[in-house]
Design a protein. Structure first.
Length: 139
């Protein structure tokens, strides 16, 4: 698990470095705490859900880095665990922040807004998808 987490961290930083100055401002490290695919969701659909998450992570990271840039104290860090209710149509029905240590309400509001904009593939049934974002300054 540690090797996989390090690989993911390297991937996030590599993506951040390859098109912007995101790596210097901050990062969002994925934590693989995703439960197995719920009933009614195939493994292919679960991979598509994870793909939407991977594609949307830069916008979530922007919520954090924008706040970090506004602050004079650059020590803002923490985690945010969310659950996303995905309708069978692929639309996000609800976003719940279930736990976290990031003490920045404006970042949490931004994350909720970003997650509500995600569009997932159509599925046979509604489902919930959970993930955790970890934030820390990259300098």
């Amino acid at each position: 698990m540690r090797h996989r987490t390090m690989w993911m961290l390297g991937s996030i930083l590599l993506v951040a470095c390859s098109g912007s100055n995101q790596a210097r401002r901050g990062s969002s490290t994925p934590v693989d705490n995703t439960p197995p695919a719920p009933r009614g969701v195939t493994s292919d659909q679960m991979e598509e859900i994870r793909s939407v998450e991977r594609a949307g992570r830069p916008a979530v990271t922007d919520c954090y880095t924008d706040e970090l840039e506004r602050r004079t104290d650059k020590k803002l860090k923490g985690s945010v665990t969310v659950e996303i209710h995905i309708a069978a149509t692929g639309a996000v029905q609800e976003v719940r922040i279930t736990r976290g240590t990031l003490q920045a309400p404006q970042v949490l509001r931004c994350i909720e807004q970003v997650l509500r904009s995600w569009e997932f593939p159509r599925m046979q049934t509604d489902t919930w998808y959970g993930t955790t974002f970890q934030f820390s300054p990259a300098y």
